[in-house]
Write a protein that binds this ligand. Structure first.
Ligand SMILES: Nc1ncnc2c1ncn2[C@@H]1O[C@H](COP(=O)(O)OP(=O)(O)OP(=O)(O)O)[C@@H](O)[C@H]1O
Ligand SMILES: [Mg+2]
Length: 227
């Protein structure tokens, strides 16, 4: 699978960092060390954006099947892209340009490396809570072990100002040399409504923050596409 894609990519160095540009196909895997950090929400919204550019498949790699259930709740008009299980992927992969893979949280170290090696970009959502935690130290060590494999942390569920946890976590990651999306995803109830209704957040009608919620993922997705 990877080889089919690999020659469609160009990897370039920008400012000393390994960066990439999409020339064609792209596999993005979303994973994290903690559960409930917004992996599925991130996978759904990256897929919703990439589908506007080219046919995109969301692979639900979680036994709980959150993405599949999200899709079913919305029925035929819910999500604008197809969601399949990992086992079904081989039957569909030829028909799609971009593949987003949602995973279970808490992979083993081997699985984490395996995920990183078999995609074009590993997206790692992280919720800024208390920065000085054992969990973060553990995660930082894992992220460092990725070396120059393409990966980027996405700050999710970021609390509004005047709270500063988001910036604090960004500062820690920056100081460790870990790549972070410039865009951040705010903590907004619109995302929970989107999941409940089985739609992308831009289709949530009764929430005045729905557009802002979508803008955040759109900006992150543009970073994926444009580097
Ligand atoms: N930016 C956000 N603001 C507020 N709530 C959010 C946000 N992102 C996700 N949520 C909510 O937080 C919960 C966890 O999100 P999600 O299911 O995407 O995380 P996950 O990492 O996939 O979880 P799991 O490890 O169980 O697979 C869900 O109820 C979701 O609706
Ligand atoms: Mg999930």
């Amino acid at each position: 699978m990877q080889h089919r894609h690999r020659n469609r990519f160009s990897y370039i160095y920008i400012g000393g960092n390994l960066d990439f540009r999409i020339d064609g196909y792209m596999i993005i895997t979303v994973t994290s060390y903690k559960g409930g950090v917004g992996k599925t929400t991130t996978a759904i919204h990256l897929a919703a954006y990439l589908q506007r550019l080219a046919p995109t498949l969301l692979v639900d790699g979680d036994a709980i099947r959150s993405a599949t259930k999200w899709s079913k709740r919305g029925g035929d008009t819910g999500l604008p892209f197809k969601v399949v299980t990992h086992a079904q992927m081989v039957n569909h992969i030829r028909d799609f340009t971009h593949i987003i893979i949602d995973t279970e949280g808490n992979p083993t170290d081997d699985d984490f490396r395996d995920l990183a090696e078999n995609c074009d970009l590993l997206v790692i959502p992280a919720v800024p809570e208390s920065v000085a935690t054992d969990g973060l130290i553990h995660t930082l060590a894992k992220l460092r072990s990725l070396g120059n494999k393409a990966h980027r942390v996405l700050l999710t569920m970021v609390p509004p100002k005047p709270r500063t946890e988001g910036q604090q976590l960004r500062d820690v990651l920056n100081s460790e040399g870990i790549p972070v999306f410039a865009s951040k995803i705010p903590r907004l109830a619109a995302f929970e409504k989107a999941a409940a209704e089985g739609v992308p957040v831009y289709a949530v009608k009764d929430d005045r923050n729905a557009a802002r919620a979508w803008d955040a993922y759109e900006a992150a997705a543009k970073e994926v596409v444009h580097g």
